[in-house]
Design a binder for this molecule. Structure first.
Ligand code: PLP
Length: 254
């Protein structure tokens, strides 16, 4: 760590194949010239095609990792990714409340693209009730936002309503990623909506139709945390993070 490299922490799962999870987060932190630190919540077994299993960490091992990092590294910003169990979610919320751990960017990872459940149902409830009230911003895609808000999202007006409703859970800001919205498929742009304490910003980016890009959610939330660590406002951090993800998708396009 150097003086001009702010330390950023990811609390997330390991995808040993490097497409998603902490490896994608660390790559992103480095891209933003931040010093990467990581606490593992789960060791998953996967490759570019599918997730075949996972061995989860316990509350105690997640706590021990985070406490050791915080003891002598000044973590400026943090993000969470895969939080597989209720005990791990509860522990992360407790760490934010009880230690110097900064309010995190929460990527509410629920399932892999291939359909593997990365978070149990009771972990989802703990995320909603315990982690969101201490989070800085939550970054759901449309299916995740539907589950958090409790209603279906068909268009950008629904996205705005869902963001407002998710804010009622106690999180100050909500970024809903519209890439999964049916009416955006085949259209020229992907629309994301940031509701920051009632101030709504609409982000439009080029829709690039490419299958099999993995870890974009991890990358986006990591880039937001890294940009916040670099002193950007939330609105600017989301804009820069979106540019980073769009560039990665463009690189992956055939
Ligand atoms: N594995 C881990 C450890 C993750 O954190 C995530 C997403 O956050 C995934 C897999 C899912 O990635 P994908 O959506 O690319 O399947």
């Amino acid at each position: 760590m150097t003086n001009n490299q702010p330390a950023v922490l990811t609390i997330a799962g390991l995808d040993p194949s490097g497409g998603a999870g902490v490896i994608a987060d660390i790559r992103t932190f480095i891209e933003f010239d931040c010093f990467p630190t990581a606490a593992l919540t789960s060791l998953t077994f996967q490759n570019t095609q599918a997730v075949s299993g996972a061995v989860n960490q316990t509350a105690a091992t997640v706590r021990a990792q985070v406490k050791a990092i915080l003891q002598d590294i000044h973590v400026v910003a943090a993000k969470t990714g895969m939080l597989p169990t209720r005990e791990v979610v509860t522990e992360v919320a407790r760490l934010v409340r009880e230690t110097k751990l900064t309010a995190p960017v929460v990527d509410p990872v629920m399932n892999s693209t291939s359909g593997f459940e990365l978070m149990s149902d009771d972990a989802f409830l703990a995320l909603k009730n315990e982690l969101l009230p201490v989070a800085l911003v939550v970054t759901p895609n449309v299916p995740e936002a539907e589950r958090l808000a409790g209603f279906r999202i068909h268009n950008t007006a629904d996205m705005r309503r869902a963001a407002q409703s998710i804010r009622q859970l106690g999180v100050g800001a909500v970024l809903i990623k519209g890439g999964h919205l049916n009416d955006q498929k085949g259209s020229a742009e992907a629309i994301d909506i940031l509701d920051n304490d009632g101030d709504v910003t609409v982000f439009r980016s080029e829709w690039i139709d490419v299958a099999g890009v993995r870890g974009t959610g991890c990358m986006l939330s990591a880039a937001i945390a890294a940009s916040l660590a670099r002193g950007k406002s939330l609105e600017d951090a989301v804009g820069l993070a979106k540019e980073c993800v769009t560039a990665a998708i463009r690189r992956a396009a055939p």
